[in-house]
Write a protein that binds this ligand. Structure first.
Ligand SMILES: C[S@@+](CC[C@H](N)C(=O)[O-])C[C@H]1O[C@@H](n2cnc3c(N)ncnc32)[C@H](O)[C@@H]1O
Ligand code: SF4
Length: 494
């Protein structure tokens, strides 16, 4: 690739790019799971009320088509020692019994009702019951959850993907049957490790047999199924990792999410004692490569840096291995091939810690935003009792942030269609980041064809680091503008 001379339109110099990569490549990246822009660390209470935002969104809805991925949050998790399974960085609350669950469902229904004036005309594309641990619910609760959705949207399209996530030890035939009868058609099971010794680091009382039993039940009730596995786990070897993948494939799983362990914050896995048990970054890169090779040879197709789907043998089996909820977001500004129509795909989140991502319009004058519900159950309930939407923090996107959000979603798929980027944002991405593409090309981390930038080899593994690089200038601006606001109004917010 020819090296371009410095250009005022370019965000980064070649020197900046090289130094950034040399410095960061051997540091553990945090925020690898579902990396978006900007990280929730930069979100703050929004200046407009949620009702104002929703009124504004309704206005945009008249001119632009929206499709909605609905997320329904569950706060509870079974207590473990160490806390939060030792590694988890997601918000959750300790499960203290069914009374708390019943009370939560009452609040959840009230929040669904608050959205009736705003969401009932939307078209649902997929539904995800996430958490926390949604398979803590009793069999009779699944139908109730689906009724809440049905009541808000005035029906649920018959052919959409409806997922529910959970942990292996809490599934049984009564629940799987109830889940299936409620109309949920996909199970995502957080397994992490199939090895009964290695899983003990998480403090979970989980066995490999429970995973197989649940998968069998999924097959019996015709539920699409997916396993979350983690590599880079304390004391995990390459052999352990490949054995887990092999048995998952042999058990007929339809989809595998293969995350690298994200080590951060105050989790038990981040303590110095446990850090010393983690495979090195070099080993993790080797594991990433070996997992890719294995899964490809086992008839799986890589869809994102961490998602793998079984290539279906028959056409009607394709539904089983797809993962619409997430993949719709990778293409959240969806253009028809002939550009005759553009659909903006949103996430509407209801429940504890749920995120609402509202790209409303591509007009630079219009507003787009993201916000997250309260991550303390008490705050969530207090807000609803006070008649307020239980929203905690959020972020208002500038036009530049919308581009970054699109770019990051696209990068999860390991390629960027720069022709489409030009068509949506009227900007030549090859020019904007030319020094970056040149540097990655030299390292053998990408190739460029007529329409796409394709990440290759370790370039795929390093996508979260490359996202941090691309966002770095904008994040500096966001930090600086916050400091300015703080000094203007003379309060300390951080
Ligand atoms: C937030 S959990 C919710 C579902 C369920 N409670 C469970 O544990 O599977 C969803 C998935 O996030 C992934 N996850 C959570 N923390 C992670 C971390 N620190 N590193 C990598 N993956 C993580 C795990 O694979 C987990 O299955
Ligand atoms: S990994 Fe799952 S079960 Fe464990 S704390 Fe996180 S959300 Fe809860």
């Amino acid at each position: 690739m020819a090296r371009a001379s410095a250009d005022a339109r370019q965000e980064f110099s070649a020197d900046f790019v090289r130094k950034f990569i040399d410095k960061e490549a051997f540091r553990r990246q945090s925020n690898k799971v579902l990396h978006g822009h900007p990280s929730p660390m930069h979100w703050k209470p929004l200046e407009s009320s949620t009702a104002q935002l929703l009124d504004e969104r309704a206005g945009y809805g008249m001119t632009t088509r929206h499709e909605v991925n609905l997320y329904v949050g569950t706060p509870f998790c079974i207590k473990t020692k160490p806390a939060r399974c030792g590694f988890c960085l997601f918000p959750s609350e300790d499960y203290e019994g069914n009374k708390g669950v019943e009370a939560y469902l009452g609040y959840l229904k009230r929040e669904f009702d608050m959205y009736k004036p705003y969401y009932s005309d939307d078209t649902l594309s997929s539904i995800y019951f996430g958490g926390g641990t949604p398979n803590l619910y009793r069999p009779e609760h699944y139908g109730r959850l689906m009724e809440y959705v049905d009541d808000l949207y005035g029906g649920i399209p018959s052919d959409i993907e409806i997922s529910l996530e959970g942990i292996p030890q809490l599934f049984n035939e009564d629940k799987i049957k109830a889940i299936s009868e409620a109309g949920i058609n996909r199970i995502s099971m957080g397994v992490q490790q199939l090895n009964d010794e290695l899983i003990k680091y998480s403090g979970r009382r989980q066995t490999r047999q429970q995973v197989f039993d649940t998968l069998e039940l999924c097959h019996k009730y015709n539920l699409a199924n997916s396993l979350d596995l983690i590599y880079g786990w304390p004391e995990q070897t390459m052999e352990n990792m490949l054995e887990d993948l092999q048995v998952a494939v042999d058990a007929g799983v339809h989809h595998i999410t293969h995350y690298e362990l994200n080590v951060a914050g105050r989790s038990d896995f981040a303590t110095p004692k446990n850090r010393s048990l983690l495979p090195s970054i070099e080993t993790n890169i080797e594991m990433y490569r070996a997992a890719n090779e294995f899964l490809t040879s086992a008839g799986f197709e890589q869809v994102t840096v961490y998602d793998w789907r079984r290539i279906p043998e028959e056409k009607d089996a394709a539904r089983l291995s797809s993962y619409d909820y997430e993949h719709n977001m990778h293409d959240f500004v969806h253009q028809e091939a002939d550009k005759s129509a553009t659909t903006l795909r949103q996430v509407c989140g209801i429940g504890y810690a749920a995120v609402n991502f509202h790209p409303n319009s591509l007009n630079p004058e219009d507003r787009n935003w993201i916000y997250m519900n309260q991550t303390s159950l008490k705050d969530y309930c207090d807000d609803i009792d006070a008649g307020r939407f239980p929203v905690g923090r959020g972020f208002m996107y500038s036009p530049k942030d919308v581009k970054l959000a699109w770019l990051f979603q696209s990068m999860q798929t390991m390629k960027i269609n720069f022709v489409q980027y030009m068509s949506i944002f009227n900007e030549n991405l090859l020019d904007t980041h030319r020094p970056l593409w040149d540097e990655l090309d030299q390292r053998g981390w990408l190739s460029i064809n007529e329409t796409e930038i394709c990440f290759e080899a370790a370039g795929q593994y390093y996508i979260p680091m490359l996202q941090s690089l691309i966002a770095s200038k904008r994040l500096d601006e966001i930090r600086a503008s916050r400091k300015q606001t703080v000094s203007n109004i003379a309060v300390v917010v951080e």
